[in-house]
Design a protein around this ligand. Sequence first.
Ligand SMILES: NC(=O)c1ccc[n+]([C@@H]2O[C@H](COP(=O)([O-])OP(=O)(O)OC[C@H]3O[C@@H](n4cnc5c(N)ncnc54)[C@H](OP(=O)(O)O)[C@@H]3O)[C@@H](O)[C@H]2O)c1
Length: 335
Amino acid sequence: MDSENKSLRWGILGLGKISNQFVNDLKLIEDISIVACASRSISNAINFAGQHEIGKSYGSYQELFEDDEVDIIYIGTTHDAHAELSIEAMKNGKHVLCEKPLAINRKDVQRMVDASRKYNVFLMEAFWARFNPTIRAVLNQVKNKSIGEVNYLNVDFTFARKDADDSRMLNMEYGGGSLMDMGVYPVFLAYVIFGKPEQILATSRMHTTGADLQTSAIFKYKNGMANIMSGFVSQSDMMARIYGTEGRIYIDPVWHESESYTIIKGNKGDENGYEEKKYTLPKLGKGYTYEIEECKKCISQNKIESDLWSHQNSLDLMEITDEIRNQIGLKYPFE
Ligand SMILES: NC(=O)c1ccc[n+]([C@@H]2O[C@H](COP(=O)([O-])OP(=O)(O)OC[C@H]3O[C@@H](n4cnc5c(N)ncnc54)[C@H](OP(=O)(O)O)[C@@H]3O)[C@@H](O)[C@H]2O)c1
């Protein structure tokens, strides 16, 4: 952005499902404009631009990189392309908000972070859950010891997806598998509560494509443990459960985009009593609005990373998924 007073001008790259949802939220934010969108297919770009009233549509990503009227590019492609496209955008002086997972492995995230520093542009992984008001409030409750010392987390991200077989989700060429697509969310929650684990034990059930259909892991910390699970085959309640020495916090379904959580102390029938209190925090839009506001704020302050979801946070997250992949034997053909 040229000046602090000018509105932040967005370009959208890779026009699939998530980009569509993201742009719906982008339109709810003040002092920004969506100036261009780019697809590998010009007809896709024209349709997307028409649907969202975006002025310019490009049939190649390169044209978006070279557009002088774009300050920041949102990258919504399949995971395999995140690193190279983000680096190319940054080389062209663009700030970048890139979908999760930021890349496929820590080495590539490091290259992205190096590019952000070299070209002095903002880079953030679109880990929208980090900015969700409910998740932020829960992390404050944990920090303030509302349930005593937190020492156990049980969290999953599993859907029964009938379409997973034929989609990018189990396709090795696109970095498919439940861990990289959905497992990063439980890994994230464990990380923001406990930090990096001292020990990881992970195992998976693989699909015929070679991608993981279900992955389960146990994380051990100095003062606690976490059980995490991801998968494409189970209909879960998608509730996150955080336990401490004096109570528990349930983040209501669907936990990573939740608008409420409940703190419970004791058990029904306990002689010391039972307390249950629900907290509700409505979201603006689907919830991508908060990461968008964070980009706006950081860029207006000339920052190249967010304090809430920093470069180091993305590096750490990927270090954990690297170790899980190492244990379950998941290596992608393009690595
Ligand atoms: N934050 C969230 O809530 C959330 C939710 C879902 C997904 N995601 C993340 O967003 C990313 C995209 O997911 P999605 O569900 O939107 O996928 P999708 O519908 O398949 O869209 C992905 C887009 O990537 C582009 N692309 C670039 N190179 C490609 C290639 N070689 N093959 C196929 N597509 C390619 C395509 O855009 P063009 O054809 O227009 O070039 C395609 O439309 C993933 O990394 C996923 O983890 C995030």
